[in-house]
Design a protein around this ligand. Structure first.
Ligand SMILES: Nc1ccn([C@@H]2O[C@H](COP(=O)(O)OP(=O)(O)OP(=O)(O)O)[C@@H](O)[C@H]2O)c(=O)n1
Ligand SMILES: C[C@](O)(CO)[C@H](O)COP(=O)(O)O
Length: 236
């Protein structure tokens, strides 16, 4: 029996922030609705998540008046709910946390996963839950593989930085619903822009566990990333 098969670890809801504009991608519609092999990017992401046994349901956070959302109520037998997002990703995540069903207690762990990461592996999500629950919260992350340079405004190297112990934050990230809500609200009150859930938790004294995830869990940010995502999705 593996850790994740242990009774007592419930299935988790996943908040999927999908309210961004995709400015860096530069398409005529938000990048989560750009088609990849005939289906919007967002649908690929939701399918991957829904296929993960430990995921109970999906809370998709959409831009206000999103005209593209296909009004799904379920996917692969998992309920799909929606909420309206905010100007920043952190505000969209917060809106999703507030809109979760009442059955998701404050103590329950929830996942947060970018709509823009369609290639996440079910196995990585399972490991995140397996190691993250006993650790009190965790995120998928990839250790830095390249040599790291500090540059100046003219793109001249100022220094070569140590790469040991440096990780790139991925998603999903997993924390207790109540704690994460509190952490994101605190960051908002303090006027601090947090770029991921872990950063909000770190600010209130948590030390989230880094769980190594696949490098293939890319975030589709620019148009060039889309072809890579398509290739990776075809690998299964
Ligand atoms: N106000 C926002 C901004 C972002 N996101 C979501 O957060 C994820 C990661 O954000 P990013 O890749 O930066 O997406 P965009 O904000 O859309 O991209 P850009 O910064 O290029 O506009 C995406 O799934 C995006 O839809 C969101 O829900 N609400
Ligand atoms: C949460 C995230 O995907 C971790 O890498 C990332 O920070 C979100 O992207 P953004 O460009 O900062 O919105």
């Amino acid at each position: 029996m593996t850790g994740i098969d242990r009774p007592g670890i419930d299935r988790l809801w996943c908040v999927v922030p999908a309210a961004g504009r995709g400015a860096r991608f530069g398409a005529e519609r938000p990048k989560q609705y750009v088609e990849l092999d005939g289906e919007p990017l967002l649908i690929w992401t939701l399918r991957r998540l829904a296929a993960t046994q430990r995921i109970a349901g999906l809370m998709v956070v959409l831009a206000v008046d999103d005209p593209h959302w296909p009004k799904l109520e379920s996917i692969a037998g998992k309920p799909v709910l929606t909420a309206s997002g905010a100007a920043e990703r952190s505000g969209s995540v917060l809106a999703g946390l507030h809109a979760l069903p009442e059955s998701v207690s404050e103590d329950a762990f929830v996942l947060v996963h970018d709509a823009a990461r369609p290639c996440v592996l079910a196995g990585d999500i399972e490991r995140l839950i397996e190691y993250g629950v006993p650790a009190g919260g965790a995120l998928l992350a990839a250790p830095l593989r390249d040599t790291l340079k500090l540059g100046d405004r003219a793109a001249r190297v100022v220094a070569t930085e140590p790469r040991e112990a440096r990780w790139r934050a991925l998603t999903p990230q997993m924390f207790r619903r109540g704690e994460l809500t509190m952490a994101l609200e605190q960051a908002e009150r303090d006027g601090v822009a947090v770029t991921d859930e872990a950063m909000a938790m770190e600010r209130i004294g948590h030390r989230p566990l880094l769980v190594e995830g696949a490098e293939s869990n890319i975030k589709v940010t620019t148009a060039a990333d889309l072809a890579l995502a398509e290739f990776l999705l075809k690998q299964g």
